[in-house]
Write a protein that binds this ligand. Sequence first.
Ligand SMILES: [Zn+2]
Length: 92
Amino acid sequence: MNTKEMFFCDCHDLEHHFIVSTWDEVDDDLLEIYVRLRNDFPWYKRVWFAIKYIFGTDSANFTVVLLDIENAQRLAETLEDFVDKRAGGSKD
Ligand SMILES: [Zn+2]
């Protein structure tokens, strides 16, 4: 079973979200975190963002995500569940 948890930034900007994804069936000790850039800008703006990114003048597209306590707790539970399943429940 694939489990996906979506986390939203406390600033409520939809660009500042990420998804944590794990699979029960896959024998893989990797957890995926999806961070996406907006792609709904016109092409010329995306080219401009790319140029600024290449020259390191703007990092606004990769910015901070602020998690409130509820989301932080949910993230901790998601990571703990993943580690428990993959590491054989080694806590305690
Ligand atoms: Zn934010």
